[in-house]
Design a binder for this molecule. Structure first.
Ligand SMILES: [Zn+2]
Length: 378
């Protein structure tokens, strides 16, 4: 089979092409990128094509033009508190609220989101990433948002008559909802990692708002009960810290939370072989409730490896600290400059295939995990 030729064309692809070319809300830069990259595909129809998962590929020229590379890196942003302030109201650089830049102004956060969109990034769920399922349109790049600690992320002002929450428009989810309404093709989503204190709106309201969140495109993950350094804990304490949060989430949003832990302080950085009790982060039992964890996140400094490559480690997924340091020291600008300069995952539009230039895997062992997907090189 000549892999440079088009293999099949699907309903999905034609729908995507129509949707993309017909979208009037695209900014000019994205419109240009899309109109250049919309494929001229041929159809190969078979009797079984309706029942089996169809495969979509493009010509080498189309892949090259779009820069498709699904072995490249993915930005997973780590935010904490979003404060209802303008950048001028802080004494720190570019919308940082504290000296280390863990917390951000609402003005800066909103500007971040608009900037990522204009650079051709589209959001996806962290849990899908961990499952090796990356579903963003052809020529675009995945973007994943995470929030730790719950504080100032979901600030509730009340409830509408229809049962929907009224958010403080300057908190994280207030801004996300605004961006969602402005950019329907951004696929706005985020994962919020909570401690026992949840979002601080009071237990009754927090339970209700979390139920709304998981039904409206957001995910909730585990950040330990008391925000402890797991590297300092014995096995029983780890089970208590991890298991009690899963048990609580199972009661509030049964089956609708994600089995992912954002490691407080990034500790331990790796599940070291000399600390076998760390296995309790991944499987354990608390108060009769058995749990499993499918991935853990660091407080790291940079982009994540693609889940398909050798150096990707689901026990130590890297995140970008969302702060401003004038384009240096792994701040947002520094990271995105590197991504946009040849390091960025660019999608072929099909979550069931892994597409990349053949030379990317010239070592023969860089592609490691295919998650059952078909591999296409060009
Ligand atoms: Zn934290």
């Amino acid at each position: 089979m000549n892999r440079n030729k088009l293999i099949a064309y699907t309903l999905l692809a034609s729908m995507a092409a129509i949707c993309l070319t017909g979208c009037s809300k695209e900014p000019e830069a994205s419109e240009t990128m899309l109109s250049e990259s919309v494929p001229t595909a041929v159809t190969e129809t078979t009797e079984s094509s309706v029942e089996t998962t169809p495969l979509v590929t493009y010509s080498t020229a189309e892949y090259e033009q779009a820069g498709v590379n699904e072995l490249n890196s993915v930005p997973i942003l780590m935010y904490h508190r979003i404060y209802g302030m303008s950048n001028a109201e802080t004494e720190y650089t570019g919308g940082n609220v504290d000296e280390s830049g863990y917390n951000r102004t609402s003005e800066a956060f909103e500007a971040d989101l608009r900037s990522f969109y204009e650079q051709g990034y589209r959001m996806m769920r962290l849990t899908d990433f961990v499952d090796g399922y990356i579903d963003v349109p052809f020529g675009y790049s995945p973007l994943i948002l995470t929030f730790d600690d719950g504080i100032r992320d979901v600030v509730l002002e009340g409830w509408n008559d229809d049962g929907s929450p009224i958010f403080d428009p300057t908190c994280a989810i207030g801004i996300l909802e605004k961006i969602k309404s402005e950019y329907p093709d951004y696929n706005v989503t985020a994962t919020f990692f909570v401690n026992a204190t949840l979002f601080g709106n009071g237990e009754e309201d927090d339970i209700r708002v979390m139920q709304w969140m998981v039904n409206n495109g957001y995910d909730i993950g585990n950040h330990t009960r008391d925000h402890v350094k797991l590297g300092d804990c014995d096995a029983a304490t780890i089970e208590e810290q991890i298991g009690s949060v899963y048990k609580m989430l199972e009661e509030i949003i049964p089956g609708q939370y994600v089995n992912i832990v954002a490691l407080p302080f990034g500790s331990p950085e790796t599940m070291g072989a000399d600390h076998p009790e760390y296995e309790k982060i991944f499987t354990g039992t608390y108060d009769g409730f058995a749990y499993t964890t499918k991935a853990t996140l660091l407080c790291a400094w940079t982009r994540s490896y693609s889940p398909f490559v050798r150096d990707y480690d689901y026990t130590a997924i890297r995140r970008i600290r969302a702060y401003d340091n004038n384009g240096t020291d792994w701040d947002i600008e520094d990271n995105f400059n590197q991504l946009n300069n040849g390091k960025r995952y660019i999608s072929d539009g099909n979550p069931d295939t892994i597409v990349f230039p053949a030379e990317e895997n010239s070592s023969g062992d860089w592609l490691k995990n295919t998650y059952g997907h078909q591999v296409v090189t060009y």
